[in-house]
Design a protein around this ligand. Sequence first.
Ligand code: NAX
Length: 327
Amino acid sequence: MKTPIRVAVTGAAGQIGYSLLFRIASGAMFGPDQPVILQLIEVPFEKALKALEGVAMELDDCAFPLLKGMVLTSDPKVGFKDANWALLVGAKPRGPGMERADLLKDNGKIFTAMGEIIDTVAADDARVAVVGNPANTNCMIAASKAKRLPPERFTAMVRLDQNRAQAQLAKKAGTDLTAVKDIYIYGNHSPSMFPAFAHATIGGRPAAEVIGDDAWLRDGFLSTVGKRGAAIIAARGLSSAASAANALVDHVRSLVTPGAVHSVAVKSNGAYGFDPAVWAGLPVRTTTPGSYEILTGYAMDDFAKSKLAATNRELVEERSFVAELIG
Ligand code: NAX
């Protein structure tokens, strides 16, 4: 039996948490032979902590053989202690009438503190995955506070966008989902993100050739994927949760699987013309478990370049709103 790994999850009593924790404890994230200890972090309010207790009771009731322990806490110093993975799901939601800049600043303060604490108390091999929005910028802020853990350990999730894009291409082409390959997300996790369809293939042929509808690819496809979160809120009355949790399982699973090629928001280091200091969705190949290289060889046409420039502008603007928190 392998040694259990410690997985810290913030926002554990929230919507995504409720779909996520059971998948982690079942082995879907780290594999069927990897025991886990869940370190569940919530805000210090009775309602949230009570709800967290209920979730923990249900986890007990699943009798997952891989679940070797749980820590329930509102103290991040306890929750992140010795964590091998820190999954940052909790964030302050945008309230009515709240400006985007204020949302960025409020979350910036939360992610500043988290970055500092993780850097101080987490395991030496700690990896961080940020889901809480605005995910790219929150991730950049947390990474900026780390002195011990290098920036490449901090990733943000754009996998939900990749999964959405793959599903839409399969639907349009009328093919099985597994026939769609090489669709990667560039830029921000926001409607400005760019799924680079020119590189996608369906059944081994260029997706554009199979679909034969360039206007749809440039317009309907991009807006459907970009506005999918809003469409789900309009239909369900709540934001995406099970699909977001599933995407985080995929994000981490791919990051611990050498050879996997997938979309992750990482420090761009200038790839594809992104500002070197922003965290941008990019195609990466996992090298060793938890480590990756950015794939820089995809050619971009003028249309793609204009989309990359637009999503980069948004990331740079987000960075400017939180400039005083970084560094
Ligand atoms: P919920 O509001 O259901 O749950 C969030 C939970 O986080 C709450 O229980 C809250 O008490 C807790 N929380 C807030 N601040 C915290 C802190 N500082 N420490 C610990 N816990 C804290 O939201 P949910 O639907 O679960 O969504 C969570 C986050 O994911 C949101 O920021 C949301 O915008 C973001 N999303 C990101 C996605 C992505 O692809 N990157 C997609 C789905 C989702 O919208």
